[in-house]
Design a protein around this ligand. Structure first.
Ligand SMILES: [Zn+2]
Length: 433
């Protein structure tokens, strides 16, 4: 399988280390000189970028978190004047303050190049017809794939978020060979094809470039069998660039991180200690080439591990494993890690369960307890105490059983719960107050 930029993708690890250090110094300088948030941090710690001469010096720098970006909304983290910014995207939160991300001309060039590396690693060529079924908008996914695909000369169809039947029509009539979308939408397409009685083997589709959400090996097998395609996993973070930070090669054994553009670290999300190679923890990334939006030690909140062993494809860039979870909303109660997504899954499984909920951890007399606040089901009036009680008890016993600990459940009216969520978020840890 071809390699687009062999001089970078296959370079010796010691040469890579040298390149990273040079680029890191220039990136730190840019951040120090042009972003008051970073200048303040450096000044407070009484260090200047020139003091950072090796990885251990670098570890003295504090992390950048999502809330830092939100606090500097909209343009506070930009390192160049707006006249040098040629593109603006945002993160996808709907209820929160989004993060506004800027790109210079060079940033866009690097971005397209990194996507082109991933496409080449997946065996995509200028003979291919790529159907980009990511939504074209402020979200980074569609545009990232689009320009990378043009960069390698493939034919790009910006199918965006057209209705599923139209997507299928495009796939059939325009003979798409590659589908770029989320794993969950790939499954929706598979279901619809089955419902319409269309055999995927009659399509020209050969590959799926999937990403932008958490997915399992089981989902992957399911998609590959039902759409009759080979899938390639990719990793992106909008705040840092978008997709293209890491992508899978034909070995399907992890995603190669573009280490000449992003410096990865794995930390323990609680102690913030840097973990040794191979350990599972939170991925932290530092941009090495971003001009408009340099980020130092950005906590992605994604849980993964790094594999530095040589890959059979010949690339020397480290491979990250598929992201297995998020760290930011994890609650540890009585030694049990409570993941909001898990509670959400259980609530959705309960008949009448609703996706609106809030998880509250308390501590009374040194004893921790967990309460889940759930919305009264739409079909039950708030005044029907008996039905409400039955529903509450069912949620309580199911959650307690599945989490292996006692859980209290409180029912709230929709409006009250929405107000609570607005005020305190999905996870409220009263033990921290
Ligand atoms: Zn490889």
């Amino acid at each position: 399988m071809a390699i687009l930029e062999k001089n970078f993708e296959c370079c010796q690890r010691d040469e890579l280390g040298q390149l990273q250090l040079e680029r890191l110094q220039s990136s730190l300088n840019r951040a120090y000189k042009s972003v008051s948030f970073y200048r303040h941090i450096f000044d407070q710690k009484k260090i200047v970028p020139e003091d950072i001469r090796n990885p251990s010096d670098f570890r003295h720098l504090p992390f950048t978190a999502r809330h830092d970006l939100q606090a500097n909304y909209p343009y506070g983290m930009f390192a160049v004047p707006l006249r040098e910014v040629v593109r603006i995207h945002t993160t996808t939160e709907t209820s929160d303050t989004p993060t506004v991300i800027g790109y210079t001309r060079n940033d866009l060039k690097n971005w397209a190049n990194l996507i082109a590396r991933f496409l080449t690693a997946a065996g995509v060529t200028d003979e291919d017809v790529i159907q980009v079924s990511f939504h074209y908008g402020l979200f980074t996914g569609a545009f990232g794939l689009h320009h990378g695909a043009e960069r390698i000369g493939a034919s790009v169809i910006p199918a965006s978020s057209q209705q599923t039947d139209k997507q299928i029509r495009i796939m059939q009539d325009y003979r798409s060979t590659v589908l770029a979308t989320t794993p969950s939408y790939a499954l929706i397409l598979a279901e619809r094809l089955e419902a319409l009685g269309i055999d995927p083997k009659t399509l020209m589709l050969k590959k799926g470039l999937l990403g932008a959400e958490l997915w399992s090996d089981k989902t992957r097998r399911d998609i590959e069998q039902r759409l009759f395609i080979e899938t390639f996993d990719s990793y992106g973070v909008s705040e840092l660039m978008g997709p293209g930070i890491a992508g899978e090669c034909s070995e399907h054994a992890g995603m190669h991180i573009a280490e000449d553009h992003f410096l990865p670290e794995i930390i323990d999300p609680l102690s913030c200690e840097v973990l040794p190679p191979g350990a599972t923890g939170e991925l932290v990334l530092t941009t090495l080439t971003r001009e408009a939006f340099p980020l130092i030690r950005y906590r992605t909140g994604d849980v993964t591990s790094l594999d530095y062993s040589p890959c059979a494809c010949g690339r020397t860039m480290v491979r990250m494993q598929r992201v297995t979870g998020r760290t930011d909303d994890v609650l540890i109660v009585k030694g049990i890690n409570i993941l909001p997504q898990y509670i959400e899954t259980i609530l959705l499984e309960i008949e009448g369960g609703v996706p609106h909920y809030q998880i509250v951890a308390r501590r009374d007399h040194n004893r921790d307890s967990l309460e889940v606040r759930v919305q009264v089901p739409e079909n039950v009036s708030f005044d029907e105490i008996k039905y409400q009680e039955l529903f509450r008890e069912r949620v309580r016993t199911t959650l307690s059983h599945r989490l292996g600990m006692r859980v209290e459940v409180k029912l709230l009216e929709r409006k009250t719960l929405e107000d609570e969520l607005k005020k305190s978020g999905k996870v409220l840890d009263l033990r921290l107050l």
